[in-house]
Design a protein around this ligand. Structure first.
Ligand code: UD1
Length: 369
């Protein structure tokens, strides 16, 4: 069976790494190629992750880069079509919900190639999120939908998806976290930065809904600044957020010194460094998707600065609270988390480090020829 695996943006890499590892255990049954669309291209957003995760270099890099959604999606489709025609895969595997995920799904399906979506069925029901559009388009087209939890199953069934297309395998991103946790523990980044365990918070923020509007962004930064008076915040800043903060003249909220205090910004971090910081943090503040899941497994309180989540399991059994982007609510949630006496949490079923093996075993059983 010949498979093309697709990655494009940062959150794809940690999902694809364990799938490639699992495929490498079956060279006689699976021939696979890795295609990087180049949606993320900065060294720190892309190559650093390949190194940290021990991923093979992509076999093919489409180098599409940035652009409007239509431009980026169209460029990927035009270039990926040529790859499909040349390589004639039996199956394409896409992960997550970025533009690359949707673009490659549409392209392959129109050529009659089967597509499997890993992390299918997540729904925020927020059509202003580009990722929600990507998820819906991808899932409606895919032949196999590998899911992380019961919410995804319920969402897909409510949309009329046949039960035999839905396969509950757990969470491949957690495979990567569990594999690298011991390695991340060994790092001595905390002492390098002059921090103590549980003596700081980490922050990620890049969603258009939080960073593209000056008033919203300023309100969030104001709240974060208040929180950072009690607990310094480490902020590895996404390129688009840096661009917006500079454009709106809001840099004075940030600390760019070498000493960690206030909202301390740094370049985007590699996987291991950031895992090390998150596992030792008192609190995580984010608008990311994956971090809601990682904090649930690490047992670290997570405040999600969004109005909704496509990952409700992290609130149902995990450490996550959804607070929106009002400054007052962000501050109140941080105070509640800081005064709490630890949190009860359960790790969702099958988030056990073996999800990628389940996917590959399933494919070998059902698709091998
Ligand atoms: C993308 C995903 C988002 C994911 C995020 C993780 C979509 C629709 N969005 O958002 O779901 O959470 O990645 O990081 O696919 N840029 C750089 N260097 C890079 C990449 C981007 O400078 O390597 C800057 C450019 O100014 C670019 C902007 O960031 O225009 C946005 O990049 P894009 O890939 O469109 O979306 P992200 O915001 O990164």
């Amino acid at each position: 069976m010949k498979i093309i695996n697709i990655v494009g943006a940062r959150p794809n890499f940690m999902k694809m790494a364990p799938i490639i590892d699992a495929m490498n255990q079956h060279p006689e049954q699976i021939e696979h190629l890795l295609v990087h669309t180049g949606q993320h291209y900065d060294e720190k957003m892309s190559k650093a992750f390949f190194n940290d995760l021990g991923m093979p270099k992509p076999d093919i890099d489409l180098e599409v880069g940035s652009g409007s959604h239509a431009e980026q999606t169209a460029k990927i489709m035009v270039l990926f079509e040529k790859i499909c025609l040349r390589e004639k895969p039996d199956l394409v595997i896409v992960v997550g919900d970025v533009n690359s995920t949707m673009a490659c799904t549409i392209t392959a399906k129109k050529l009659g190639i089967k597509v499997a979506h890993v992390e299918a069925g997540l729904r925020s029901r927020d059509m202003e999120m580009p990722e929600e559009i990507n998820r819906l388009c991808t899932d409606v087209l895919c032949d196999y939908l590998f899911i992380t939890d019961h919410f995804a199953d319920e969402n897909l069934r409510a949309e009329g998806v046949a039960a035999e297309k839905i396969i509950f395998v757990g969470n491949v991103m957690i495979d990567t976290l569990l594999k690298h946790k011991a390695m991340a523990t060994q790092l001595n980044l905390l002492s390098k930065l002059g921090l103590r365990k549980k003596g700081y918070a980490t922050l990620t923020m890049h969603r258009p809904s939080n960073v593209d509007d000056k008033e919203t962004l300023e309100e969030i930064l104001g709240a974060l600044k208040t929180i950072s008076k009690d607990l310094p915040i480490i902020f590895p800043i996404h390129p688009r957020t840096r661009k917006m903060i500079e454009q709106f003249g809001l840099s004075h909220y940030l600390n760019m010194d070498t000493v960690v205090s206030g909202i301390w910004i740094t370049e985007p971090m590699g996987y291991l460094d950031f895992l090390h910081l998150n596992m030792n943090a008192k609190l995580v503040l984010t608008d990311s998707g994956g971090l809601q899941e990682e904090t649930t497994v690490l047992g670290v309180p997570c405040i999600t600065m969004r109005h909704n989540t496509e990952r409700p399991i992290t609130c149902e059994v995990g450490t996550n609270v959804i607070v929106g982007n009002s400054g007052q609510k962000i501050i109140a949630a941080a105070q509640a988390a800081l005064s709490g006496n630890g949190i009860e949490r359960r790790i969702p079923d099958k988030w056990d480090g073996h999800s990628a093996i389940r996917i590959v075993d399933w494919l070998i059983k059902h698709e091998s020829k």
